[in-house]
Design a binder for this molecule. Structure first.
Ligand SMILES: NC(=O)c1ccc[n+]([C@@H]2O[C@H](COP(=O)([O-])OP(=O)(O)OC[C@H]3O[C@@H](n4cnc5c(N)ncnc54)[C@H](OP(=O)(O)O)[C@@H]3O)[C@@H](O)[C@H]2O)c1
Length: 376
């Protein structure tokens, strides 16, 4: 193997990524320890030293992110119907733009009509594809999810690609009128319901794909089925809101694994992914004290939304993944699940609890033993 091949091999890149993440984590921890020392009258040089190392770390990370290579896929989507939730902005917008560029019939499933119409206009102008449509849905309301699906099921023949992309962080200590913590509902329960209500149309497609946009932060999810619908999740408020986000993203992955298991033997696959750390509006609700730090980090090391859409696009389109289901992707590659993703017993309990929470009717449920076995 040549040096270049070796440097670009998945093993080397994943080792490098792991090393970078632990390097940066240690740097940040080190910086905090040094700050404590300074405030206790310690040596200023320690602080300068840490800043220098931090700066080098950021430059190395930036270079690594800039040189990430994406697989090239020439797939045409003429005749295919795709839904991308939360596609008026950010990662979802670039995912929908890509599908439109390939000739797909693209449904922009968004909550804000004005923003969605603006996105639709931009996509049509950029691609010349007029088969791009806005359908309103607010994930903070299960009735709204039902209304969206009823219209889709009434008017469309089949669904080839469903990208569960919409998400929110820091929506606060509120429950929706459905009685569910709002962040958990937007990020997990609404997509759970949406996928169930659209499953009939997914099963009608030749090879349908469900793509769940989760997050690296699912690693820190702390799903506890006794208390997940209470606030605070743990200790202080800020930590609590972020923990709720991590947990909602963990739920998406547990859902993906169980859905993939139930759909085995059908022509529908389902995978989950981390899009990368992306410069989008997702951070609009984080606490003010946290923003300057975040903006600095975001503008320096985060990827663009276009880059952030590449793993979703890969999972939705690549022919290499025709039979791949129930997997976790990062940087457009299958990657090892995190420990928080792997408790399938918890995943099954979450599934049953979710059916109750979103008030699924028995005829809307996906059979425990899957469609193939239940028909046998
Ligand atoms: N950015 C990152 O670094 C990052 C990292 C890991 C994972 N992710 C995940 O990637 C996905 C896309 O995020 P993004 O970074 O592109 O964020 P974004 O730019 O804020 O986009 C989020 C989308 O979700 C929509 N949304 C929010 N609340 C909704 C609701 N109640 N009903 C329907 N739609 C709603 C937003 O609509 P409005 O414009 O109307 O608010 C927007 O279209 C999310 O699931 C996020 O968790 C992002």
């Amino acid at each position: 193997m040549s040096i270049a091949e070796c440097l670009l091999s998945p093993k080397f890149l994943s080792t490098l990524r792991g090393a970078l993440i632990s390097y940066i984590t240690e740097l940040v921890e080190g910086a905090f320890i040094c700050l404590e020392l300074i405030f206790e009258g310690g040596d200023m040089m320690i602080f300068v030293y840490v800043c220098l190392i931090l700066a080098v770390g950021l430059v190395v990370t930036r270079l690594y992110l800039t040189y990430t290579r994406w697989p090239n896929c020439m797939k045409c989507l003429l005749g295919k119907t795709c839904i991308v939730t939360g596609s008026n902005t950010g990662i979802g917008y670039y995912t929908a733009l890509d599908f439109a560029m390939r000739g797909g019939r693209v449904i922009l499933a968004c909550r804000n009509e004005e923003k969605a119409n603006e996105a639709q206009k931009k996509i049509i102008e950029a691609t010349g594809n007029k088969n791009v449509h806005v359908r309103l849905v607010n994930f903070a309301s299960l009735d709204s999810v039902r209304a969206f699906c009823e219209e889709f099921n009434r008017t469309e023949e089949k669904l080839d690609i469903l990208v569960n992309n919409a998400g929110a962080v820091g929506t606060g200590n509120k429950k929706t009128k459905d009685g569910i913590m709002i962040q958990m509902q937007i990020n997990y329960f609404a997509p759970f319901l949406l996928t169930h209500l659209l499953i009939g149309k997914l099963l009608k497609a030749e090879n349908a794909r469900v793509v769940n946009v989760s997050s690296l932060l699912s690693y820190y999810g702390q799903l506890d089925l006794e208390h997940f619908n209470e606030y605070p999740f743990s200790g202080n408020m800020t930590k609590s809101e972020l923990t709720m986000y991590y947990t909602s993203k963990q739920c998406e992955v547990l859902f993906t694994r169980e859905l993939a298991r139930r759909l085995r033997g059908t022509r529908v696959t389902c995978n989950a992914l981390h899009p990368g750390s992306i410069m989008t509006d997702i951070w609009r609700n984080v606490p003010n004290w946290y923003k300057p730090f975040l903006i600095f980090i975001i503008s320096f090391i985060f990827k663009t939304p276009h880059q952030g859409a590449q793993t979703s696009i890969y999972c939705a389109l690549s022919d290499d993944l025709n039979d791949v289901t129930g997997m976790w992707f990062e940087n457009a590659k299958i990657t090892k699940f995190y420990p928080s993703h792997l408790d399938d017993t918890l995943g099954k309990k979450l599934w049953t609890r979710s059916e109750e929470m979103v008030k699924l009717r028995s005829e809307e449920m996906i059979p425990e033993n899957g469609y193939v076995m239940s028909q046998a």
